[in-house]
Design a protein around this ligand. Structure first.
Ligand code: KPL
Length: 316
């Protein structure tokens, strides 16, 4: 099976490198001739992990290439997801499979609506990775990738080769897993972006912890109303656990702001606020966080591609 990876961010490069190392056939799709030229001058992805630095030679193409796609990994930023899928639509056929691996909520449902339930697997990962430089990925924290289907509790994991270095798990309740990840991201990401702080400061600065508590309480009320089971204990405890284990990290949202990129606030807090509206629950702290991150993007001259599109509900 040949893997085509659409989205050469940290997760895309991590998967590309690990698939190549596992002996799978894999190639990247890049968005512009300039990116392709930049990639071709190095000819692969560097993976930095516990065992040091490994260069993984790979091929890359532009979306317009006619080669049919067998297995697509869609791991662009969530707000780019629809356009990215359209860009390779001519290369997909009835046998093509798509694994959607993105932050936040909404893009998964969009992929299913476009390609159909049968062809789409949904993933959620706790692997920590960041790009040290373009096409140089640091695998900073080993997690697992849960994979499942929205229309069924059974899902066959895609073939990644026998020696794949990332941990995969069949997930019969992938929607719940996505909601749990969303809960953590709603608690941590907007606050770190607004305060410009490392994750750990949300536990050590009292005012920040109080803000986190308020976001968590509202999230729990919405999840309850939507019938989504979150964690055994309070969400704030779980969020603070993640804050402490990733204390030195800068959240992806803060990194986006600092790199002058649109954030995934619409697919994270925007999704939650939409769910709250559907459930008739007021979430003033999350609404304020949404507005403030939008404002921050605006102040920094970051053009958000998705402020007008309200993410779709996942409850049906
Ligand atoms: O997933 C994350 C992110 O930054 O997007 C957390 C869990 C907050 C870790 O940084």
């Amino acid at each position: 099976m040949h893997w085509t990876i659409l989205g050469a961010g940290a997760i895309g490069c991590l998967w590309a490198a690990q698939l190549q190392r596992a002996g799978a056939s894999v190639g990247l799709v890049l968005r512009s001739p300039e990116r392709l030229a930049q990639f071709q001058s190095r000819g692969g992805v560097s993976l930095i992990d516990d065992s040091g630095e490994t260069f993984c030679p790979l091929s890359a193409t532009l979306a317009a290439t006619p080669r049919p796609i067998e297995q697509l990994l869609l791991c662009t930023k969530a707000y780019d997801s629809q356009a990215a899928l359209e860009s390779v639509w001519h290369r997909l056929n009835a046998d093509s499979r798509i694994l959607v691996l993105q932050n936040g909520m909404g893009s998964q449902q969009q992929a299913i609506e476009r390609a159909g339930n049968d062809r789409v697997l949904i993933g959620s990962t706790t692997d920590g990775a960041y790009l040290r430089a373009p096409f140089e990925v640091v695998h900073a924290g080993h997690g697992e990738t849960a994979i499942g289907r929205f229309d069924s509790t059974a899902a066959t994991l895609p073939d990644c080769g026998p020696h794949f270095g990332l941990q995969l798990r069949q997930d019969p309740a992938i929607k719940t897993t996505l909601w749990r990840k969303l809960a953590i991201n709603c608690a941590i990401n907007p606050l770190t972006a607004l305060y410009g702080c490392r994750n750990g400061e949300l536990a050590t600065v009292q005012a920040y912890s109080r803000a986190l508590d308020a976001l968590c309480e509202e999230f729990e009320a919405v999840a309850r109303a939507r019938g989504i089971p979150l964690f055994d204990g309070p969400l704030r405890d779980q969020a603070l656990l993640v804050v402490r284990t990733t204390a030195n990290n800068y959240s992806s949202m803060l990194q986006d702001i600092r790199h002058q990129r649109p954030t995934e606030i619409e697919q994270i807090t925007g999704f939650l606020c939409n769910e709250a509206r559907l459930a008739g629950i007021d979430v003033p702290h999350n609404r304020a966080a949404l507005q403030q991150v939008r404002q921050l993007q605006h102040n920094r001259g970051i053009v958000s591609p998705s402020t007008s599109a309200s993410p779709k509900s996942l409850s049906n």
